[in-house]
Design a protein around this ligand. Structure first.
Ligand SMILES: [Zn+2]
Ligand SMILES: [Zn+2]
Length: 274
């Protein structure tokens, strides 16, 4: 397969299992470009390798969801999200042919439906790091000339941590590392939103939308402005919760856009848990 055929394949892919030979093809095509010092061609192949990783990661996350391996699915979505963010620096998402905005949107939406609330956050000081391209030990004072995230010879530059000091581990709700989910003892996460969604769609390429809405709580519906406030404050409704967040609750609305007509209800709503 040449590069055009691979690009075409990835652009049109709508299956569930990717051709596993593509990474090997890309690797040898890249080696040829690198040997001729064609930096921009090597970088383009790196981008296509990333596209492949994104599609493969997304499919594997979806498969895990189907098999109700929720935490594995979470990890795969997180990993894929990271690969996508590497790619974003080098490829215009609006102007390419791989439907990357679709993967971006779906990964974000699936992640939003996970019930995880507690994560670990590591605080550490990196004492020594080396460059993934040239191997030199680098610091702010002694840069090696390679920039993090840039592509050299078709490889992305990163830092390899050689030595670090851990200061603390904190429990947080909005983590930098999404894989650090905590599973507190005696607490079961509820995956019903994901499981319900999976019964409504037929595959990873079914499109659906997630809207974040505020709706009025049941006890506040139809209350007159001069009646007592349903919150039991003893005040009039208009002087109390009227028009405030108190009378609203968060609501996720999922709208499934199936290409094929279905017998079951195409729209459903599930409340968030808190
Ligand atoms: Zn370097
Ligand atoms: Zn009130």
């Amino acid at each position: 397969m040449d590069i055009l055929a691979i690009k075409d394949y990835l652009h049109n892919f709508r299956g569930t299992v990717l051709n596993e030979d593509i990474p090997t093809h890309l690797k040898s095509l890249k080696a040829i470009e690198v040997s001729q010092n064609n930096q921009s061609a090597a970088k383009e192949i790196w981008c296509i390798e990333q596209v492949y990783k994104v599609i493969r990661g997304y499919l594997s996350a979806f498969r895990n969801l189907q098999e109700k391996k929720h935490f594995d699915a979470w990890l795969a979505f997180d990993r894929t999200d990271i690969e996508l963010s590497f790619l974003r620096k080098h490829l215009d998402f609006q102007d390419n042919n791989f439907h990357l905005p679709f993967y971006d949107k779906m990964i974000f939406q699936y992640q939003k439906l996970f019930p995880y609330q507690y994560f670990m956050s590591r605080e550490m000081i990196v004492k020594r790091a080396s460059c993934s391209i040239c191997g030199a030990t680098v610091s702010l004072r002694r840069p090696c000339g390679h920039r993090i995230g840039e592509i050299y010879n078709g490889e992305q530059c990163g830092r390899i941590i050689q030595d670090a000091e851990f200061l603390a581990i904190a429990i947080v709700t909005n983590p930098f590392d999404k894989y650090t989910v905590l599973f507190p003892q005696g607490m079961e996460y509820n995956y019903s939103m994901l499981d319900t969604l999976l019964t409504q769609i037929s595959g990873p390429y079914d499109d659906w939308n997630l809207d974040f809405l505020k709706e009025r709580k049941k006890e506040f519906i139809g209350v007159g402005r001069n009646q007592l406030c349903p919150c039991n404050s003893g005040k009039k409704y208009k002087m109390c919760c009227h028009g405030t967040d108190n009378e609203l609750f968060d609501h996720h609305r999922i709208t499934v856009q199936t290409s094929t007509p279905r017998n079951n209800i195409p729209m459903f709503s599930v409340h968030t848990w808190k």
